[in-house]
Ligand binder design. Structure first.
Ligand SMILES: Cc1cc2nc3c(=O)[nH]c(=O)nc-3n(C[C@H](O)[C@H](O)[C@H](O)COP(=O)(O)O)c2cc1C
Length: 189
């Protein structure tokens, strides 16, 4: 039952926001397809992921860990520290999609201890991003991208990893103009 449910769940989560909302009118460049994958614990990174998907005309996929992180701040901070120090890769409930038709994958995470959250590392290790452009974005409370761009480069050695987009957690609601500027700067718009 579980294996039958997974592709269905993927089809339901992998949607094109731009197609769903004509007011944004964004279209990917001819023949190019982009995917936004992201993890968000408390919702900030999700907001930016949706802005990028709309602006770039990209599909979007949330990375959901099999076991949720605690909601209590100190508990999640402690757990994240231990997992990052140990290089732990938590299981994710999100099936790895077929990425063959995408040439750009936007990868979003909250900044956790100056790097990507462990479920994002699980995803990156589990998929084949060779030859693709990987565009990282992050929400944070002061560390900006931390050392996540270098960490992503290590996890995706055969990809072109662009400059990242850091957005302060408290500023995500108004970040659409920053998203547009970044997409133009990295040549994806
Ligand atoms: C476990 C944990 C570790 C964090 N570590 C950092 C950090 O190193 N630097 C930073 O600027 N913010 C840090 N933060 C703040 C988050 O990056 C910030 O609130 C982010 O916007 C949360 O994104 P989300 O709502 O998508 O989960 C941390 C938050 C948590 C829960």
């Amino acid at each position: 039952m579980k294996t039958l449910m997974k592709p269905l769940a993927l089809m339901m989560t992998l949607t094109t926001l731009a197609a769903a909302d004509e007011t944004f009118g964004a279209q990917p460049a001819a023949g190019k397809k982009a995917l936004v994958v992201y993890f968000s614990h408390s919702g900030n990174t999700r907001v930016v992921a949706e802005q990028i998907a709309r602006a770039a005309g990209a599909d979007i996929l949330e990375i959901v860990p099999e076991k949720s992180y605690p909601t209590a701040y100190n508990a999640v901070v402690d757990q994240a520290k231990k997992e990052i120090e140990a290089g732990y890769r938590p299981a994710i409930a999100t099936p790895i999609p077929d990425l063959a038709s995408y040439d750009t994958v936007f990868v979003g995470s909250p900044c956790w201890w100056y790097t990507i959250a462990p479920p994002v590392a699980t995803f990156l290790e589990g998929c084949d991003l060779r030859g693709k452009t990987v565009a990282p974005f992050m929400t944070h409370e002061g560390s900006r991208m931390g050392h996540s761009v270098d960490d992503i480069r290590k996890l995706c050695p055969a990809s072109t990893v662009t400059e990242g987009l850091p957005v302060r957690g408290g500023s995500v609601a108004g970040a659409a103009p920053e998203v547009e500027k970044w997409l133009t700067k990295i040549g994806l718009k």
